[in-house]
Ligand binder design. Structure first.
Ligand code: PGA
Length: 268
């Protein structure tokens, strides 16, 4: 993390896993061992059917954990069978939403334009957008990483004000590292997050770029989180597999807490 002001953001992406019973069990287990720090923003992103129950389980357990959805429709309401609106998410006290995850881009044809529309809707409705970008293996091998990530970032954020951009979260997730166990080497992950911050600085100004939280995602787990979270341009993680068990998610929160504490000590 580049500075103690941004803190760290740890988000578990549960993808299409867990029943309501399993999600409740997760919250109960996490409540037994929930390493918190005011500068560590902890989130889980469950499937739609688990959202309301997870929000209420968290309230009952009294733990600091926010809930995001994994997708949102950009239209506010209407004839969109199978979709869920931002207003419906707010109605069950969901606070954020993952937008443009690579699985949505590749299986459900989401584009930079749809990411942009969803991001605008989320912001207008008071949901925190967690906007995902990242190159495929073929793009990396063709040395297109920076070009792809730059285009995804700029096109995904078209027409937003610097003030709006300052509030959002961007997740850099190299597609080839997601769910594969192949983590992007820490210096390279940090370099690409730095490229994203530079692109934001050029487009929206340095103050905005310094405020944006940029996460790394792709096979992050307790074993490799320390180096990643301690890197200058990485402000947290979007975590799939290692977020499904309460104990490994708690370990990730503990590593984030220690990282923030070290940084605060260094600042004094
Ligand atoms: P992973 O998933 O941690 O299982 O690689 C990350 C993600 O898809 O957000």
């Amino acid at each position: 993390m580049a500075n103690a002001t941004r803190g760290l953001f740890i988000a578990g992406n549960w993808k299409m896993f867990k029943t309501n019973t399993e999600a409740r069990q997760f919250v109960l287990e996490l409540a037994q061992n929930n390493p918190t720090h005011p500068q560590v923003d902890a989130w889980v992103a469950p499937s739609f059917t688990l959202l309301a129950g997870t929000v209420s389980n968290i309230q009952q357990a009294g733990i600091r954990l926010n809930v995001a959805a994994q997708n949102v429709e950009s239209a506010l309401e209407g004839a969109f069978t199978g979709e869920v609106s931002a207003k419906q998410l707010k109605d069950v006290n969901v606070a954020g939403v993952i937008i443009g995850h690579s699985e949505r881009r590749s299986y459900y044809n989401e584009t930079n334009a749809s990411v942009n529309a969803k991001t605008k809707t989320a912001l207008a409705q008071g949901l925190l957008p967690i906007v995902c970008v990242g190159e495929t293996l073929a793009e990396r091998e063709a040395e297109q990483t920076d070009t792809v990530v730059t285009a995804q970032t700029l096109e995904g954020l078209v027409d937003l004000t610097p003030q709006q951009v300052a509030t959002i979260v961007i997740a850099y997730e190299p597609v080839w590292a997601i769910g594969t166990g192949k983590v992007c080497e820490t210096p390279e992950a940090n370099r690409v997050c730095g490229v994203i911050r530079q692109v934001l600085a050029e487009q929206f100004g340095d103050v905005t770029a310094q405020a944006v939280r940029i996460l790394y995602g792709g096979s992050m787990k307790p074993d490799n989180a320390e180096g990643l979270l301690g890197s200058s341009d990485i402000d947290g993680g979007l975590i799939g597999g290692a977020s499904l068990q309460a104990d490994s998610f708690a370990q990730l929160l503990a590593i984030a807490k220690t990282t923030v504490e070290k940084l605060e000590t260094a600042r004094v």
